[in-house]
Write a protein that binds this ligand. Structure first.
Ligand code: SF4
Length: 339
């Protein structure tokens, strides 16, 4: 019987994963594997909430996310990796939770509002997009996950999940564990243009980028716009390069900041330093990445095995939910619905 605290987290397969994903979540997952029962979900149904038109690439993106996770240190011997849509109980629980979730909780959800703001011009928000927080609550509650690792910008997701769990438990009895967010120690890191790192903004450094691409992206990264050349005093606190160096070279940042402010520092030095450190990090992932890319069947087997484990847990939860909602099968095995 598994006694470690259970963790559920995941990513949407909308693009290759980037350094912001790695530092914001995956690095924490890798640590959690040691003493938690971790389930990591490729949230393909969530991907449809904002991108339902072109789905031909979805299998490749699912594969890519799995390879990114494995390359970054997620260990399939200790963690469960699976695809959300392969466990149909997510859909059933989403439907049932949607019946007890007040509309105002989703309508006023800031994350949904932000996603609607980012929709392409002329695209209207779907019913499914408004239901995103409820589907996410189903993902977490289905596995009784007590811990949900999130970045600062996602705390609201866990809060609404707690409220839904509490409301359901009050109405029907204690079924769900109220999850607690686990915040990453890493602050939100900027993209190459200084805004939040996001594929939709085209400002990412991907875990699968080649050394040439990484070098080129960092060479074109924003710095302090007032520091055009050596001699101009700079402001490290607004510089995206400096934000990354604080994470990757903390012991050198005092000197870098002082030299930046005095004007003597050359931005090219810091770009070269950051390039070296990022390439070192990605190089450490490259052997595992190559291995799985040349063995796609192994990756799909890992996801199939994860699916089996996830379905076993999900089936138990759904059985309990049906029971408290009086939706369980009757003694004769019939559903009890008159035809
Ligand atoms: S010198 Fe370094 S810290 Fe200062 S603006 Fe240039 S890159 Fe940023």
């Amino acid at each position: 019987m598994e006694s470690r605290p259970r963790v559920l987290s995941g990513h949407r397969p909308t693009s290759a994963l980037h350094l912001g994903n790695f530092e914001g979540t995956i690095r924490e997952w890798v640590k959690l594997q040691a003493d938690h029962e971790c389930l990591f979900m490729i949230a393909d149904w969530h991907a449809l909430t904002t991108g339902y038109r072109q789905l031909a690439e979805l299998p490749d993106l699912i594969f890519q996310v799995a390879v990114d996770w494995l390359a970054a240190g997620v260990d399939p011997a200790r963690s469960t990796l699976f695809v959300q849509s392969h466990v149909k109980e997510h859909a059933e629980l989403h439907l049932l939770l949607s019946m007890v979730t007040p509309w105002t909780w989703v309508y006023r959800n800031p994350t949904v509002a932000e996603m609607i703001d980012h929709l392409a011009a002329g695209e209207s928000a779907s019913y499914g997009l408004y239901g995103y927080p409820v589907l996410q609550a189903a993902d977490i509650l289905l596995y009784g996950a007590g811990v949900v690792p999130v970045g600062e910008d996602q705390v609201g997701h866990v809060e609404i999940c707690r409220r839904i769990a509490r409301r359901f438990n009050e109405l029907y009895g204690e079924v769900f564990v109220e999850p607690v967010e686990r915040l990453s120690d890493t602050p939100l890191l900027p993209g190459t243009d200084g805004r939040k790192m996001s594929k939709s903004l085209g400002n990412t450094i991907d875990l699968s980028d080649s050394p040439d691409v990484v070098t080129d992206k960092i060479a074109h990264m924003f710095t302090d716009p007032q520091k055009l050349r050596v001699g101009n005093p700079g402001r490290p606190e607004i510089c995206p390069i400096f934000a990354w160096l604080k994470l990757y070279a903390p012991d050198r940042c005092g000197q870098i900041a002082a030299e930046c402010r005095s004007g003597e520092r050359d931005c090219r030095e810091d770009k070269a330093l950051l390039t070296e450190l990022v390439l070192e990090l990605l190089e450490r992932m490259s052997d595992v990445r190559r291995r799985y890319q040349t063995e796609p069947d192994t990756v799909w087997d890992i996801l199939r095995e994860g699916e089996r484990h996830a379905r076993a847990i999900a089936a138990e939860t759904i059985e309990r939910v049906r029971e408290v909602l009086h939706l369980a099968l009757g003694p004769s095995g019939s559903s009890g619905v008159d035809s």
